[in-house]
Design a protein. Structure first.
Length: 202
């Protein structure tokens, strides 16, 4: 609902109060944001709204900060979605709350399949080791390690993981996982070691 529709409903007495942020331009050409918080005053005989009583407050600084935060969040969201590197966000208990397309592709799973999944189900490491990793990360340690990971079709891939604890704006702690599929790299190195010719010293 835009400001005009909001104002019309207010004039018709269909709203008990009017609270909206307005963007204006001063005679000097400066853009400002105002918060309009008003209540209707009715004519006792007709029952129609004849005027309003309210407060206009300059919220330019706050609004600009909110818009800057929103723009930053959108920028990070874009980077998150387009990153060629897999990204997983887990809660303190190790349950997945967000993933990007790259990790979905690596694990051959959809976003819907991964959200809510226990990270322990993905790892082929012993559960005790995964739980110890979670404990260490929440204690402030940054982990960089390789982990065999289960894909949807039951096969395994080798993931290089960078894991750290972060705090979200709402104050909750989460585990941020940066994951690179290094399966082909490892297979290539193993193959090279097996096929390299030996040199004979004369």
């Amino acid at each position: 609902m835009d400001a005009k529709e909001y104002s019309q409903l207010f004039k018709e007495g269909k709203l008990e109060g009017y609270n909206i942020d307005l963007k204006i331009r001063t005679p000097q050409g400066v853009e400002k944001w105002l918060s309009d918080d008003s209540v209707p005053i009715f004519d006792e005989k007709t029952g129609k709204v004849v005027k309003s009583l309210g407060v206009l407050q300059d919220i330019t600084k706050r609004k600009n900060q909110e818009l800057a935060v929103t723009a930053l969040e959108q920028r990070y969201r874009l980077l998150f979605e387009l990153s060629p590197t897999g990204i997983i966000l887990e809660d303190e208990n190790g349950f997945i709350v967000e993933v990007n397309p790259a990790i979905c592709q690596s694990l051959k799973r959809t976003r819907e399949e991964l959200i809510g999944m226990d990270a322990r189900e993905l790892s082929l490491d012993p559960v005790a080791k995964v739980e110890d990793n979670i404990r260490r990360i929440l204690a402030g340690e940054e982990l960089h390690h390789m982990e065999p990971t289960r894909m949807k079709d039951g096969t395994a891939c080798m993931m290089e993981l960078h894991e750290t604890c972060i705090e979200l704006p709402d104050g909750t702690r989460h585990i941020l996982v940066i994951a690179n599929d290094i399966t082909e790299r490892i297979q290539s190195v193993s193959y090279t070691h097996l096929t390299l010719p030996t040199k004979r010293i004369v």
